[in-house]
Structures are given as C-alpha cells and as structure tokens.
Design a protein around this ligand. Structure first.
Ligand SMILES: Nc1ncnc2c1ncn2[C@@H]1O[C@H](COP(=O)(O)OP(=O)(O)OP(=O)(O)O)[C@@H](O)[C@H]1O
Length: 425
C-alpha cells in the first residue's frame, strides 16, 4: 500500500468539480442546502470549508463524512498523530457548547464508553465578524445504520448491533444519562441532580470502520469514492467553501462494532439555555408526543424502533398514514390512552387515536409485521420477537422494561443466542 502523502506527494488532488447540470443535481441530493451558508436571518449559519484546507495547523481536510442539523462533518488527516479523524464543524449558536457539556458529563459518569463516539479535542474557527465556530475532533467511524445497508447485512451482525446498542443504552442509563428524556423514577431523580438527554435514532448508530490511516489520499479516494464537489453557489461568501459528496464506506471496511454518536441535541434538565427537542418521529415515544415527562422509558421505545430496523430492516410504524407515525402506532397497537387526548404536541392529531372502541388492525399488528418482513423465520423465533416488541411498544412508559431488564429477558436472550451473540462483551 502507498504511504501517506499528506505532507509530501500529491498536494493538488482533492476530488472533482461537477462537470454539468446533471452532476450538480446529483450532488444537491447528497449535501447540505447551500442556503445554510447564508448569514442573513440565519442564526445557525454553517462554516464554509474547502477540501485541501489545513485547519488548526494540523488537520488536512480530505473528504466529507456528512452533515446534520447543526454541523458539517469532514474527514481530515491529523498531520500530528498521522491518522484520519472526523471534524464536526458546528454551526453558529449553542450547539457545540451543548454537545461538549454532555460529552464531558458522559466521560465523567459513564463507566464503559467503549461504544460511544467521544471527542478527543476541540478548537475554534473564527469568522470575518469575529464570531467563532466550534470544531469537535472525533475518531472516524463507519456509516450510520440504514435500511439499505441493513438489507445486505447478515442477521448475526444485525443482532450483534442490537445487543451492543442495548448494552450501551444500559450503561448510559446506569449513569443517569438518557439518550432522549429525563428519568421519571424517583430513585434516579434522587440520585442524579444533573440529568441529561441525548437523541437515540438509527442515524446516531454507526458501524465501526477499519482504519485507513496508512493509505495515501488517492488510495483513500479509491476506497471511499472520489469527492464530487461544487463551490457553494448563490451565497456571497466571506470565505470560499465547497459542497462535497460524502464518503461511501465499502462493506468490507465496516467492522462488527457498533457505536452511538451525536449528543448534539442533548440537554441538561433545568438548563433553560439548552434546546429542547424530539428524536425523529419514527423513533419518538408516544408519551413524549403527549407532553409526558421524558424518561428512560422513552429511550427504550426509541431503542425498540432501532431494534425493529435491525430485525425487520424496516421502521415499525409507517409515517404515510393521515396523522403520521402516531396513526401507524394506533393501527398496530390499538388506541392511545384516553387521558392523553388534547395533549398531542404536534399539529394534525386525530380524535380517533383515543377511541377506546378501536382495536389493532390484524393485518398490521406486530405479529403481522414480523411475519410479513421475515417470512424466512420459524414460528418460535417470531413469537420471541413479538414478545420482545410488545413488552417495549407499550403506551404506559412505567410498564416498559429497563435496558438491563430487556438484556435479561428470556425472549431477547433466545434471539441473541439463536444468532450467536448471546455472550456479553
Ligand atoms: N465520527 C464520525 N465518523 C464518521 N462519520 C461521522 C462521524 N460523526 C458524524 N459523522 C457523519 O456525519 C453525519 C452528521 O453527524 P451528526 O449526526 O453528529 O451531526 P448533527 O449536526 O449533530 O446532526 P443532527 O443534530 O441533525 O442529528 C452523520 O450522520 C454521519 O454520517
């Protein structure tokens, strides 16, 4: 394999500019919208970056990893430690400080952080108007789990992911940290005066990735795809920047370790300066959508939505029905508690959700979904999976099992044993 050429060799090849309108449209699908770089009426403006820039006199930006609601994330080569890192360049606003706060809390309180993506360093990038963007330096990981990649992933890996993620949620909960919500149990309220929450969804569950630190840039581009890029259009920028297509991590570079990342929307309960937010609707528990207190149990609902993605390769509740994901829940699980009527947090709620004379649609209940998406499995396996899902997809958060209880659940263990991931790490 060719040696690193970051400081010697090819200094000019940093991907390809779009050639025509068709490529421009292809790129548009993959990148952050250009208007997020517009400063006018935008408190959360992004920082423009070009491939080939050296940040903080140390990090050579070589590729793009992705973007989110509060950041762009770049693959950079750390010239000092000679390894690839992920640079999360935060938008202006409170996002970066908040993520650092929760990460520091996690480092202090969580016993096992081996499956959490934790920042290693941080620095600032100044703008022309003397405001600053915070940058967090993370170890580089593989892609997030998604339906497309899961379809070609063997069941053993998918169930190993399910187990690892539940163990990680259990270790966060043990430390009093909630991936999205706050503890309801008076025991934990008593124990933890600083309660945090983060955001549990499939986008935040990442594959591990075999390091490619020793490869030259061209070899990395060969493996991860050449960046396709365009100068940020339409915006009168104070500094040049590019819209860049993200890496495509090939299957054989993914490892069997799964990680939780992104504590960006996290909040400390009681900290009024911090953003309040909801996980994406697919993953949000119905109690949170009805003004109920956030809790460990909310995470368990979100975890079970991820488990469904891993097991069925589909989210459990469709969002296309009138009324959105809650209609999908009602169709599958039956009516919501009557006392929640009038408390729905979003527009477009339906009275029929609380009609206690309704029952689950037999063609779309949990048993039907499992049979439909996994026709390859036998009845025993289906019954175990139905048992797992129906214990957690329960409207009353008080009745949901904890992460530790679910790890010990006979049906959960039976499924893990069946796919060879029965032993704790
Ligand atoms: N350590 C990492 N290694 C590899 N890719 C990463 C890493 N961190 C983030 N990414 C990529 O960047 C994308 C955006 O990151 P992240 O979700 O942390 O941003 P965000 O701004 O906090 O997003 P949001 O708040 O909308 O969830 C991720 O979906 C992932 O594809």
């Amino acid at each position: 394999m060719a040696k690193t050429e970051a400081s010697t060799g090819n200094t000019t090849d940093f991907g390809d500019f779009v050639k025509d309108e068709e490529e421009e449209l292809d790129l548009e699908e993959l990148v952050e919208p250009w208007h997020r770089y517009e400063t006018e009426e935008n408190q959360n403006v992004l920082y423009p970056i070009r491939l080939g820039e050296l940040l903080n006199e140390r990090y050579l930006v070589e590729h793009k990893l992705g973007f989110g609601g509060g950041s762009t994330v770049w693959m950079a080569f750390d010239l000092q430690d000679k390894k690839n890192v992920a640079l999360k360049v935060m938008a202006l606003g409170k996002w970066g400080d908040n993520e650092i706060r929760i990460q520091d809390e996690i480092i202090k309180t969580v016993q096992d952080i081996s499956r959490l993506v934790i920042y290693g360093a941080t620095f600032f990038l100044p703008r022309d108007d003397k405001s600053y963007h915070r940058v967090l330096v993370f170890p580089m990981k593989g892609p997030s789990i998604c339906t497309l990649t899961l379809k070609t992933t063997p069941m053993a890996s998918r169930m190993s992911a399910a187990r690892q993620l539940l163990e990680t949620v259990a270790s966060l909960h043990k430390a009093g940290i909630i991936h999205r919500g706050e503890p309801t149990s008076s025991y934990f309220v008593f124990l933890y005066t600083k309660r945090n929450d983060v955001d549990l969804n499939a986008r935040n569950c990442m594959w591990g990735m075999t390091p490619v630190d020793d490869l030259s840039r061209s070899a990395k581009y060969e493996l991860l795809g050449r960046p396709l890029k365009q100068i940020i259009p339409f915006v009168n920028l104070w500094k040049q920047g590019e819209l860049v297509s993200p890496v495509k991590v090939p299957e054989d570079l993914r490892t069997e370790e799964f990680y939780l990342c992104d504590f960006g929307l996290a909040k400390k309960i009681g900290d009024l300066t911090t953003q309040h937010g909801y996980p994406p609707m697919h993953y949000c528990s119905p109690d949170r959508l009805h003004q109920q207190e956030p809790s460990f149990a909310c995470d368990m609902w979100s975890y079970m939505a991820i488990f469904s993605m891993l097991y069925l390769t589909f989210p459990p509740f469709p969002t296309f029905l009138e009324g959105g994901v809650v209609s999908g829940m009602v169709e599958c699980l039956g009516p919501l508690p009557e006392q929640w009527k009038g408390l729905y947090t979003h527009p477009g709620g339906l009275d029929s959700w609380y009609d206690q004379s309704q029952s689950p649609d037999l063609e779309n209940d949990l048993a039907a979904k499992i049979a439909y998406h996994r026709p390859d499995t036998d009845l025993v396996e289906r019954q175990h999976v139905q048992s797992i899902m129906s214990k957690v997809f329960i409207y009353d958060p008080e009745k949901r099992p904890t992460a530790i209880e679910l790890l010990r659940d006979p049906s959960f263990r039976a499924i893990m044993d069946r796919y060879g991931c029965g032993d704790s790490k």
